[in-house]
Design a binder for this molecule. Structure first.
Ligand code: ARG
Length: 391
């Protein structure tokens, strides 16, 4: 039986679609296959299908929700950190729909995930889309992100990646500051199309690490910092045909995400020239590899600072080795590990890590459960200049 690809013409964000019976059945069977102690599969299949026929959708049992969310992580082809997929903490917040309550629960998510520095992978699952009753949406692409805007002179203050989100927040009445690491407010829509409510993140919710270098005192003077919990909030969690449009999730950072991308990309904080200058490197020619040398020192600073602050962070060598262990473990369970090479290989020292030197099981976009990119019904431009997909 061939499944049709997801209908791209579906009215964006309407959430009015009923659940596909085959998706539901195939999920229930997978759940029982992997959790044989869960009881009578045929009975549960009948129950779910009857509920879909009656209401257009169905409610996952708490155990199905936990399993579904964890497997969505296991299926995430771009994620190198999947070894710990079974440890994902799943918060069942399906009864939460009001914007104020969603925001409050997101702040609690950040506290739980931050855990005083011992980062825990957490997903908070808010109300699903039901026929005629769409769930809430988080406008931000991460629960924590630094604002960014252009200056009159054509330069940037803050993170250019957040330009559209910053502009949105400003249009809603939020006051941006002229500082490079100002945390954006959280914007929540109670339903698609509704005007977002915005909330300043309360004190104590955003764990941040000021950056310094183990050997260079001047590094701290650059005034750099980064937040501890990367919590993606713009992906839809789809389990057994049910779509959860607000399901923010986090893991811990791998140093290169910050040191080789967020602070280094020319379209982000663009700090390699600054760091190279302070290191006294010869920038008269590319051949001196001043960029590469600055990159390494920036990454040393990121790893060192998180370590000293007692905040969980992986280095790319260790995380690569863990990923290969994950693949071996999945193989023993008879499961493939679809992976996207271009996302798995770290952005520095690729070939110095073992994940570089091999290919992976092909990525199947129909694989479920999954975290899926959200359609942008709000017309908010994707913040990926040049369509660059990475990171
Ligand atoms: N690369 C993104 C960032 O720098 C975060 C993506 C998720 N990363 C993670 N370690 N779970 O903010």
């Amino acid at each position: 039986m061939r499944r049709r690809k997801q209908e791209p013409t579906r009215e964006p964000g309407s959430g009015s679609h009923g659940v596909d019976r085959r998706e539901a059945e195939s999920f229930v069977r997978q759940f029982h296959r992997e959790q044989p102690e869960a009881g009578d599969v045929e009975r549960r299949v009948r129950e779910v299908l009857a509920e879909i026929d009656r209401t257009g959708t169905y409610a996952h049992s708490p155990a199905e929700l936990v399993f579904g969310a964890r497997v969505a992580w296991r299926n995430a082809a771009r994620c190198i950190g999947r070894l710990y997929w079974r440890s994902l903490v799943v918060r069942d917040l399906r009864h939460v729909t009001a914007a104020d309550d969603v925001a409050g629960a997101c702040f609690e998510h950040l506290r739980l995930a931050g855990n005083g520095g011992r980062i825990r992978p957490v997903v908070s699952v808010f109300a699903p889309d039901r026929p005629g009753r769409p769930g809430p949406r988080i406008v931000n692409d991460q629960l924590v992100r630094y604002a960014g805007h252009r200056t009159a002179g054509g330069g940037w203050v803050g993170d250019p990646r957040a330009a559209a989100t910053t502009e949105r927040a400003r249009a809603l009445g939020w006051k941006r500051a002229e500082e490079p690491f100002q945390v954006l407010p959280l914007m929540v829509r109670e339903r698609p199309g509704a005007r977002p409510e915005w909330y300043e993140l309360p004190d104590g919710v955003v764990l941040e690490v000021p950056l310094r270098h183990p050997d260079h005192g001047w590094f701290a003077e650059l005034g750099l910092r980064w937040y501890a919990v990367p919590a993606i909030s713009d992906m839809v969690l789809e389990i057994g045909g049910v779509r959860y449009p607000a399901a923010p999730f986090n893991g811990w950072y791998m140093g290169t995400e910050i040191g080789a991308r967020n602070l280094a990309d020319t379209g982000r904080y663009d700090l390699l020239p600054v760091v190279a200058e302070r290191l006294g490197l010869d920038r008269s020619s590319e051949r001196t590899l001043w960029r590469d040398r600055a990159l390494v020192e920036l990454n040393v600073a990121v790893l060192h600072s998180f370590q000293e602050a007692g905040v969980t962070m992986a280095d790319h060598h260790t995380e690569s080795e863990r990923f290969l262990r994950h693949i071996a473990q999945e193989t023993r369970h008879g499961r493939p590990t679809p992976a996207d090479w271009s996302w798995i290989v770290p952005p520095v020292s690729g070939a110095a890590t073992p994940v570089f030197h091999r290919y992976y099981d092909p990525v199947d976009p129909r694989l479920r459960p999954a975290f899926l990119p959200r359609e942008r019904p709000d017309g908010c431009p994707a913040e990926r200049p040049g369509g660059c997909p990475q990171g």
